[in-house]
Design a protein around this ligand. Sequence first.
Ligand code: ZN
Length: 183
Amino acid sequence: MTQYPCGVSELAIRTYGDPVLRTPTRDVEEIDGRVARLAEQMIEAMREAPGVGLAANQVGVSRRLFVYDAGDGPVTVINPRIVESEGEFTYVEGCLSVPGYAWEITRPDRVHLVGLDLDGNELSLEADEFEGRILQHELDHLDGVLLVERLDPDQRKEARSMLRREFSSQRRDPDGLASRLEL
Ligand code: ZN
């Protein structure tokens, strides 16, 4: 069983401006104990934040894996891709890597996502509304895309300059976790 000192997650969530968030992640090649342990730690960090989804590069690991919980318990998704999307859904969206901000963003409503679970079995998820939104947001993270990029051009420009000011002074990778967790 995992031990966390004082209930504090070992993983630091990276914030806006950290290059790891803008870098497309690579596939997980082998689903082993390290991947399972990472997923477990990510679920813990997501709960603590608290949030409903967390991608591996948000904790400095540039691999294609995310965890989420739309209310039915945590799910780990490895090497995901969206094979189908339809409709349109507008929702106020926030991000643990851009704390304190939220924007109304329109994306497809229903998505069909395929990937692998922690046992290496094929995972097929069809979701809409809130859950569909989480899946698209986390998949964007794995492609190096932040929610700000989903705003219209005027809003995006404004948001970027505001966020650059807000997050420019923060330290990157304070504990060298990226190298420790590289898979
Ligand atoms: Zn996010």
